[in-house]
Ligand binder design. Structure first.
Ligand code: NFE
Length: 470
């Protein structure tokens, strides 16, 4: 048995250490370890509740809109606020644009370099960055010269598309990262017809890229790596759903998958353990010396099970609970990729899920922007009570996100964040059950230093350690 340590694993957000125990070229056990502590939950204690959406956004520069949204939803709940329909549409338009940014970023700039070989294309003007585009240690490259060239061109084009997606957020949210509009009760922005037209104009370009280049490139990757539907698999999935619509519906619905069955999700079934995490005491105080612990990430569980969250969970759940348009998009996508629903929670399935979801969201944003009435109210007034509790559940680009708070004496008395990578990157729980990334790595055949296989599996989850360690 030999131990392979990858520390840090690159091309993700934040600092993740992966340890593999390998025997006869097969991973017998894996450990995923969050190697930094942030503690934004502590920063929020004692603050005015209205500070929460602004401070919580500082958890992450990649998904700040997710934290602004979840914090505002927790305050909507605590303050008993009903967001008016136009306010909700505008929240969805800001958040949806951030999803598109995340998915383009993940495929082209984080994951694709595990497959791409762009050497020898001086015509692209990429010579100065070829070393960066061809990370060392990557084996099993299967694209032809022509395919590599197309992917490398789209890698560069994706940089512009990410800027445009950020501009979409800023058009309604004021700026990006860390937008200014999402508040308890709705949004502060009152878009003019010109703002809406600016949003439409940019969205058209980003949508064309998502439906064209991104979709075609993901399909190409899947066709060359069809066997990756069998690699990095997990079983239990969870989605809180995202993009609230009228009557409590969400455009991407909530649900859980256990034992191959899709069921309604129940927030009461969520627990969070710390047995392998560097926290101790009632309040979960940081304790780097804790015996047997190996991560700053805690171990959330759904009905006691480690559960994968993210696009694969959302697409799997949407096949069951999504509307006809969404279910048919996923069914057609699965057919084109020659895959079945059970294979979504795999390396290839996660890429497919993200691309399908990006197409769906881009289409929905185009519909929603046309529904905005610039004269309609976008927020409701509120008063902050002395005592209250609130819970905000939404999916973020990387999966299920929970914010909860208790208000006492008009101030935040406690604040909790359970982010997508807390779920996916979690360490073993008190039963010794490994987290989803650890499960996905177990049993995998590796070559040499394991960088190729482990990198592809871990990055397929799109981990963000900055979010995971509060
Ligand atoms: Ni820092 Fe985030 C998303 C959240 S992941 S990126 O998506 O919440 O843990």
């Amino acid at each position: 048995m030999k131990t392979i340590t990858i520390d840090p694993i690159t091309r993700i957000e934040g600092h993740l250490r992966i340890e593999l125990e390998v025997e006869d070229g097969v991973v017998r056990a894996a450990r995923s370890s969050g190697a930094l502590y942030r503690g934004l939950e502590q920063v929020l204690v004692g603050r005015h509740p209205l500070d929460a959406p602004k401070i919580a956004q500082r958890i992450c520069g990649v998904c700040p809109i997710a934290h602004a949204t979840a914090a505002s939803m927790a305050l909507d709940h605590a303050l008993g606020l009903d967001v008016p329909p136009t306010g909700q549409l505008l929240r969805n338009l800001i958040f949806g644009a951030n999803f598109l940014h995340n998915h383009i970023l993940h495929f082209y700039h984080l994951a694709l370099l595990d497959y791409l070989d762009p050497r020898g294309f001086p015509s692209l003007g990429l010579a100065p960055v070829v070393g960066f585009l061809s990370p060392s240690g990557v084996e099993d490259r299967r694209f032809s010269g022509e395919e590599n060239e197309r992917l490398a061109r789209n890698y560069v084009a994706a940089l512009t598309m990410r800027r445009k997606a950020h501009e979409l957020v800023a058009t309604l949210g004021g700026k990006m990262p860390h937008e200014m509009a999402i508040v308890p009760g709705g949004v502060t922005c009152r878009p003019t017809l010109a703002d809406l037209e600016a949003y439409r104009f940019r969205l058209k370009e980003v949508r064309a890229f998502v439906e064209g280049a991104l979709w075609e490139d993901v399909l190409l990757l899947i066709r060359r790596y069809q066997d990756h539907f069998q690699v990095g698999r997990t079983e239990c999935l969870l989605s809180f759903g995202v993009f609230p619509l009228e009557e409590g519906r969400r455009a991407l619905p909530a649900g859980a998958v256990r034992g191959g069955r899709v069921e309604r999700a129940d927030a009461q079934a969520i627990t969070e353990g710390m047995s392998s995490s560097w926290y101790s005491g009632e309040g979960g105080n940081p304790d780097r010396g804790k015996e047997g612990a190996y991560s700053w990430i805690k171990a959330p569980r759904y009905r006691g099970e480690p559960s994968e969250v993210g696009p694969a969970a959302r697409m799997r759940v949407a096949l069951e609970f999504g509307d006809e348009e969404l279910a048919s998009l996923i069914t057609t996508g699965l057919r084109e990729a020659a895959a079945c629903p059970e294979e979504l929670a795999s390396v290839a399935g996660r890429h497919l899920s993200r691309a399908l979801e990006a197409r769906y969201i881009a289409g929905k944003l185009s519909e929603w922007v046309d529904l905005v009435d610039p004269a309609a109210p976008t927020a409701v007034p509120y008063a902050v009570p002395d005592e209250a509790v609130g819970l905000g559940l939404t999916d973020a680009p990387r999966g299920a996100l929970l914010h909860s708070l208790r208000i006492h004496g008009g101030r935040i008395a406690s604040y909790q964040v359970v982010s997508p990578t807390t779920w996916n990157g979690s360490p073993r729980d008190e039963r010794g059950a490994p987290g989803p990334i650890e499960q996905a790595l177990s049993g995998v055949k590796v070559r040499g230093d394991g960088l190729t296989e482990a990198g592809r599996i871990v990055r397929s989850f799109d981990p963000c350690l900055a979010c995971a360690v509060q």
